[in-house]
Design a protein around this ligand. Structure first.
Ligand SMILES: [Zn+2]
Length: 217
């Protein structure tokens, strides 16, 4: 797995504020950062995290009645996932053998019902920071995400996300506080790693509970 420095994201953030993200010859261009999202090793790693977590949840049994959890996995179809990635697209889920209640564990790959990888939502929106709508077109083309979708994601980070229990819990960990307008890019900066993949993995771990309403209810 190729390693990208987080400094590349900081540079991109600054460049985005200057409105010339695609016009600079730095070592790690946005397109190279975006390449992380096509790196099989990165998604295998995220898959393994989800597998481990799902196994832990299954061992606990049904949170309602304590019954055994049986496999009831299903396939998601992220628009930015290569068709050859079969295992990576499986959403782990279980069904109680007694009360039939479904339990879908938190995930570092999927962010709710969005039809793109959670990592895409995170990285593309982070790179949108400070960018006017008309300047989002190159980013939209690079990520294969419509401009309107990028803008909708950005609005979600600034509004709905800030009302979630995940953010209400997470925000207290940061000193100085993370300003709402700096989401989600500032989260990547606040991880302890300087490696972009590691930072993205850490942030996706923080956000993982957003992807489930049924774990531990
Ligand atoms: Zn049950």
């Amino acid at each position: 797995m190729r390693v990208w420095g987080l400094s590349a994201l900081k540079e991109l953030d600054w460049q985005a504020l200057q409105g010339r993200v695609f016009g600079f010859p730095t070592k790690d261009s946005p397109i190279m950062c975006q390449t992380i999202l096509q790196d099989p090793a990165f998604f295998k790693f995220l898959l393994h995290i989800d597998q481990d977590h799902a196994a832990t949840i299954r061992l606990r049994g049904c949170s309602r009645c304590g019954g055994p959890l049986h496999q009831a996995h299903y396939e998601r179809k992220p628009r930015d996932a290569p068709s050859t990635w079969i295992e990576e697209k499986i959403r782990f889920s279980f069904c109680c053998g007694h009360c039939r209640c479904r339990c879908t564990p938190a995930s570092v790959r999927f962010l709710g019902r969005r039809v793109y990888w959670g990592a895409t939502v995170l990285l593309a929106t982070a790179l949108c920071h400070g960018r006017a709508l008309r300047r989002s077109h190159p980013l939209s083309q690079s990520f294969g995400v419509p401009v309107q979708t990028l803008q909708r994601w950005r609005q979600w980070w600034l509004t709905e996300f800030t009302t979630t229990p995940v953010w209400q819990t997470l925000r207290g960990r940061f000193l100085p506080p993370v300003e709402t307008h700096a989401l989600p890019g500032e989260l990547l900066q606040r991880t302890r790693s300087t490696i972009l993949q590691d930072s993205m993995t850490q942030v996706m771990r923080w956000l993982a509970p957003l992807g489930t309403l049924t774990e531990g209810r």
